[in-house]
Design a protein around this ligand. Structure first.
Ligand SMILES: *Cc1c(COP(=O)(O)O)cnc(C)c1O
Length: 359
């Protein structure tokens, strides 16, 4: 606290990201990064952009990220006016909260979901109400029937990994013509149906994507919003009141190249999905109850071992998983799908920990 802080700073509750340990070879299964590298075409595009001398870096990047947006629009069968690009989908979401979700009526989101949503709500002084998930961690769309100033959740949801079918998303969007429904599809590529196909028919639907998970580019910080041109225009107005150049040259070139290598994308995705089924089976065999996941992580609890203790003991072995000290989920661990070797290291460590305290 300081005399110099504004009122806003006093009431913030900043998001706490998963640990990025300063270790040479951690088994890092705590922030849902992709365990496989990006396409070689991405590296080539980065080298091309920078060139021998770095001459291009002297100049500002394209403030509209036109080429990148064109590429991604074509990829999804959208018009460029239906695509917004930002510095990571967290930034895109932050702009959407300010541009589209700040209204008189409360914003609705699940009680168990991405913990950045309440953080943004506090930043912008947006009134919100949480809607409890069912006991099996599913989102019941009928529970969102209350008057609202907007609705937001990830599909698949985080940190549960549970996905809603597209028909449910459409029902929700159709039932709320007076407010914007934001579907955060950070994990959609790993097994859920995307709502991008609904955009032409619903002017109140905003779909948010990221390259951080399925495209192995968390370090590049690029995310997108897809929606009706009027919604995108609102985001552009906020962006241009904040930072004209949120995406640097290297990021624009790298991500444009990533979307051109579909074979690489599919191959990595298939490996992560196979790894998920393998890890889920391994955890079940050790006595974990694993929530069926459509994402690149699993959410699991052990029938007889405390989650915080397990997480701390794994950390001593330089194995990082995510534990949330929150109501309803404080006995769960969220575990990112790593390479098969990383998952095997985790399973071996867990086996040792569980055996060691069996008495
Ligand atoms: C990882 C994640 C994001 C943020 O992605 P960035 O593009 O890296 O900012 C957004 N929403 C959810 C639900 C996520 O898990």
């Amino acid at each position: 606290m300081s005399l110099y802080w504004s009122d806003i700073v006093h009431r913030l509750s900043p998001y706490v990201p998963g640990e990025q340990p300063a270790l040479a070879h951690p088994v890092k299964l705590n922030t849902n990064e992709n365990p496989y590298p990006p396409s070689p075409a991405v590296l080539a595009a980065i080298r091309d952009e920078v060139g021998e001398t770095g001459e291009s870096l002297r100049r500002y990047p394209d403030p509209t990220a036109r080429k990148l947006r064109e590429t991604v629009a074509a990829y999804h069968g959208l018009a460029i006016e239906q695509v917004f690009a930002g510095n990571g989908s967290d930034e895109v979401l932050a702009m959407a909260f300010l541009a589209l979700l700040k209204h008189d009526r409360p914003l609705l989101f699940p009680d168990i979901t991405y913990s950045f949503y309440p953080t943004y709500a506090k930043l912008y002084d947006i009134v919100y109400q949480t809607v409890p998930l069912a006991d099996d961690f599913t989102i019941r769309i009928d529970d969102y029937a209350a008057p609202n100033g907007g609705i937001v959740f990830p599909n698949p949801n985080a940190p549960t990994g549970h996905a809603l079918p597209l028909a449910d998303i459409e029902k929700l969007v159709a039932a709320n013509p007076d407010s914007v429904v934001v579907i955060d599809e950070a994990y959609v590529d790993f097994g859920a149906q995307s709502a991008v196909s609904l955009i032409g028919r619903y002017p109140n639907l905003l779909v948010v994507h990221t390259v951080s998970k399925s495209r192995s580019l968390a370090g590049m910080r690029v995310g997108f919003a897809f929606g009706d041109a009027k919604l995108i225009d609102a985001l552009v107005r906020v962006k241009d009141s904040f930072n004209s150049y949120p995406l640097d040259r290297v990021a624009q070139a790298a991500v444009t190249a990533a979307y051109a290598d579909e074979a690489w994308f599919r191959d990595c995705r298939a490996k992560v999905i196979a790894g998920r089924e393998r890890l889920s089976a391994g955890l079940s065999a050790l006595g974990f109850d694993v929530v069926p996941s459509a994402a690149n992580f699993v959410f699991a609890r052990h029938e007889s071992h405390d989650a915080a203790t397990l997480s701390a003991r794994l950390r001593e072995k330089e194995i990082f998983v995510r534990h949330f000290k929150l109501p309803r989920i404080d006995q769960h661990l969220r575990i990112t799908i790593g390479t098969d070797a990383e998952c095997d290291t985790l399973l071996a460590a867990l086996r040792e920990l569980l055996d060691g305290s069996a008495a």
